[in-house]
Design a protein around this ligand. Structure first.
Ligand code: NDP
Length: 444
């Protein structure tokens, strides 16, 4: 029997992501239906009809469909308080009532609640509902905004590198002059102002999402594809990375849009008028190992920018080539994650003219276009829950990985000087251009 308990079942994340992903696993029979119970736990006084509405709201299924009806029958609402041990004791009784006949029992607790509640929930799980011998799993939803749609491409990056020796041969200081790791968001932090204002963009995005991208692009080959070997390779890289330095960091905070129709950060509800929380950061680190010595890794992320764009690009070193002068070559390799998933190699080819000359073309693998008819794509939450049920930890961050990530960002968690201002919907602070030229060694 697998019991999947969703804390915060009345909330936004549960309705939009958690229940729809569980429904898809149920519908696809990726889990044995008779052996599966979902319990939505929250404080709100919800009727059965309210809860049914929540679990079906974003299912994408006709309300009358048989499978949705069956899913509802496997789900129930449990009203309780996160800090109240008695609520968890009652929950435990409920779980036991389903497990009675069963020898193989797994309890998965998913925390779709604000971080302020994590401690109470985990401590009560420990006291009341915890089963030893790997029969209890707790999933903590990260307190930040990017969804998991990009997970596929991020997992693909090491595969492209390590399964294609010709590609990985480029991934070192001999061939790479600089690396850019960007996550630009057009969205803001509206709706989670309180959380964001006390955390800022470094904790929200740089410490986690961009560190994952950095690991994927820069780690050494793992000994095997086992989750523990992959995590070891990531941790080794993160430990070799030199922490970001304040002097290499540009902080920004957005102000209202040029036409005044979009609010600036300080105009948002609940944000103190003197808040210096950064909504934008650019920073650069170096890695103290043989592969990457001297290569700057330039990280840029921000809210309320002119586009949604998540990518990693390698800027290859200019070399003397027989057909064209140094510095005037195609030398960009891009792994794009959002809005489109693709890998593109800038490539110089001969112009098909009598006079000849060179033409810059792209060698491109387009994930969406080339593979969409071949494979059914999965939602990343589905994959995450599936892995949690199967006990595959690859998609989950190990504690030493988290610690190594914090060590890298620790110097730059919050700006000390006033942030540079940038306009809502712009490319970021005006200083960014100069910053990128300096750290990525771009030609002017
Ligand atoms: P909500 O604010 O909707 O909170 C979820 C539920 O938690 C609420 O319905 C409420 O349930 C309970 N709750 C809210 N505030 C408190 C509080 N101060 N003390 C105790 N219980 C509280 O959050 P989301 O669903 O948006 O997000 C949940 C978590 O997931 C957060 O950590 C968030 O940062 C993260 N997250 C959210 C995403 C999203 O798309 N929404 C995306 C990625 C991460 P009740 O009162 O009924 O107990």
């Amino acid at each position: 029997m697998i019991s999947f308990v969703v804390f915060g079942a009345s909330g936004d994340l549960a309705a939009k992501k958690t229940f729809p992903a569980l429904f898809q696993l149920f519908k696809k029979k990726a889990i044995e239906r008779d052996q599966f119970r979902i319990i939505g736990f929250a404080r709100s006084n919800l009727s059965n009809a309210d809860f049914e509405n929540i679990i079906s709201m974003h299912s994408g299924e006709e309300q009358g469909s048989t499978v949705l009806k069956s899913f509802r029958q496997h789900s129930e609402y449990f009203r309780g308080n996160y800090s109240d041990k008695a609520s968890f004791e009652k929950l435990n009784e409920k779980l036991k009532s389903y497990e009675e006949q069963d020898k193989s029992v797994l309890r998965i607790f998913y925390l779709a609640v604000p971080p302020s509640v994590f401690f109470d929930v985990c401590s009560n799980i420990h006291k009341t509902t915890y089963l030893p011998n790997n029969r209890t799993r707790i999933i903590v939803e990260k307190p930040f905004g990017m969804d998991y749609d990009s997970a596929d491409m991020i997992m693909n990056l090491p595969i492209m590198r390590f399964m294609n020796p010709g590609i990985d041969a480029m991934f070192n200081h001999e061939h790479v002059e600089s690396v850019e790791i960007f996550m630009k968001e057009s969205g803001t932090c509206e709706g989670r102002e309180g959380y964001f204002n006390s955390n800022g963009v470094v904790r929200d995005v740089l410490q986690n999402h961009l560190m994952q991208l950095f690991s994927a692009v820069a780690m050494d080959p793992p000994r095997s594809a086992d989750a523990s070997d992959i995590r070891n390779a990531k941790v080794k890289l993160l430990q070799a990375a030199k922490p970001f330095r304040r002097e290499d960091t540009l902080f920004g905070q957005y102000v209202k849009s040029a036409d005044g129709s979009k609010k600036g950060y300080l105009d948002l509800k609940g944000i103190p008028e003197d808040s210096n929380t950064a909504t934008f950061v650019a920073s650069t680190l170096y890695v103290d190992n043989e592969r990457w010595k001297g290569v700057p890794f330039v990280f840029v992320t921000g809210k309320a920018l002119n586009e949604n764009d998540v990518h990693v690009s390698l800027h290859l070193r200019p070399k003397d080539m027989p057909y064209q002068s140094k510095g005037n070559q195609s030398r960009l390799v891009t792994f794009s994650i959002q809005p489109k998933e693709y890998v593109a190699f800038d490539c110089l080819i001969k112009r098909p003219t009598m006079a000849g000359g060179l033409h810059t073309a792209e060698l491109k693998i387009d994930y969406d276009k080339d593979l969409e008819d071949v494979y059914q794509k999965y939602d990343a939450y589905e994959a995450l829950f599936y892995d949690a049920i199967k006990g595959n930890p690859t998609r989950f961050v190990r504690s030493d990985e988290v610690e190594a990530g914090w060590r890298i960002v620790n110097n730059i968690l919050d700006p000390k000087e006033p942030c540079e201002k940038y306009t809502f919907g712009s490319a970021g602070p005006k200083q960014l251009r100069e910053y990128l030229h300096k750290y990525l060694y771009l030609e002017t």
